[in-house]
Design a protein around this ligand. Structure first.
Ligand code: PAF
Length: 310
């Protein structure tokens, strides 16, 4: 099997170094910029949950800024987008170029709507929904810290790939320690993860707080206000999400487990990067508008976050 990983940031590095352990498979990395050039020369380094120092020659590389080798064209059985939410659309043509005609594609990115975007581009039978609770961050020396062991959740829509096509990939994820979990309800799986980002990221980012500091009662109450609006939207969309008490419990657990973390949206703002707000709270606002539902808390969070970045 050949697996393509498009975007080798923190989560992309965790996946790539894990896949590289399995000698039976080719691992192709699509990189860009200065960091990408360094990875092509020096390989990938991972510490934390697993430690690995994988030389560059273990991988097949392509680079956004260079012409692509023809031998990579339509050669990948699995294509995984591990990029920022706003880069998914830009990478569709690249993913199509690498994917075998019957290859599977998935996006392991924060936010809503990626599964639908991929299904429109490649056709539902070739697309999986994916989320992860593995936690990782890039370090100053270019290596990646796999800080929290989680799961790699996969699911398909009713028109999605037949399960037998996914089995070899599930077996690989298991073999290399990425803890796959198959979810029958793909939409519920994606919303369960997105709910946490909707409730945590903009509030932590605007307040400039580490995740654990949101456990203070007034701040937690603000996170739950976001949840309540999204719960009304989920009901209109007929998507099953955790009820309020269960969600509050999950939220507390994530905030505790990631207490020292600066959430990705605050990291983006501090670094002057575009945030993922359009695929998070702004996506809630847009979807709510179709139903004539007012979601003022999400709307004001989206507006204020946009005011913080270019
Ligand atoms: O986006 C993030 O930072 C993470 O998904 C989460 C769960 C909020 C932890 O920081």
């Amino acid at each position: 099997m050949r697996i393509s990983v498009l975007g080798v940031g923190a989560i992309g590095t965790v996946l790539a170094t894990c896949f590289a352990q399995s000698a039976d498979h080719e691992v192709h990395l699509h990189v860009r910029g200065e960091r990408g050039a360094r990875l092509m020369l020096e390989g990938l380094r991972l510490s934390g949950v697993q430690t690995a120092d994988v030389p560059a020659n273990r991988f097949l590389f392509s680079c956004n800024e260079l012409e692509m080798d023809d031998h990579l064209t339509h050669g990948s059985d699995i294509v995984i987008l591990t990029c920022k939410a706003h880069a998914v659309v830009d990478l569709l043509a690249t993913a199509e170029r690498f994917r075998k005609p019957d290859g599977l594609v998935m996006a392991l990115c924060n936010g809503m709507g990626h599964h639908e975007t991929l299904a429109r581009a490649f056709g539902p039978p070739h697309v999986l929904a994916a989320t992860t609770t593995h936690g990782a961050f890039s370090q100053a020396d270019g290596s990646v810290m796999w800080a929290g062991e989680g799961q790699f959740n996969l699911g398909a829509s009713p028109l999605g790939p037949e399960h037998h096509r996914v089995l070899p990939f599930l077996a690989l994820l298991e073999e290399v320690g990425l803890s796959p979990v198959w979810c029958d309800d793909a939409a519920a799986m994606v919303w369960a993860k997105v709910l946490l980002n909707l409730a945590i990221n903009p509030i932590a980012a605007l307040a400039g707080l580490q995740n654990g500091e949101l456990l203070q009662p007034d701040r937690l109450a603000s996170c739950m206000m976001v949840y309540r609006e999204v719960a009304m939207l989920a009901a209109l969309e007929r998507i099953s999400i955790p009820d309020e008490a269960v969600f509050e419990q999950q939220l507390r657990q994530v905030l505790l487990a990631t207490a020292e973390n600066t959430c990705s949206m605050l990291q983006d703002i501090k670094a002057g990067r575009v945030t993922e707000i359009e695929s998070l709270n702004q996506a809630v606002v847009d979807l709510a508008e179709h139903h004539g539902l007012a979601v003022p808390v999400n709307q004001i969070l989206a507006t204020l976050i946009r005011a913080c970045h270019p």
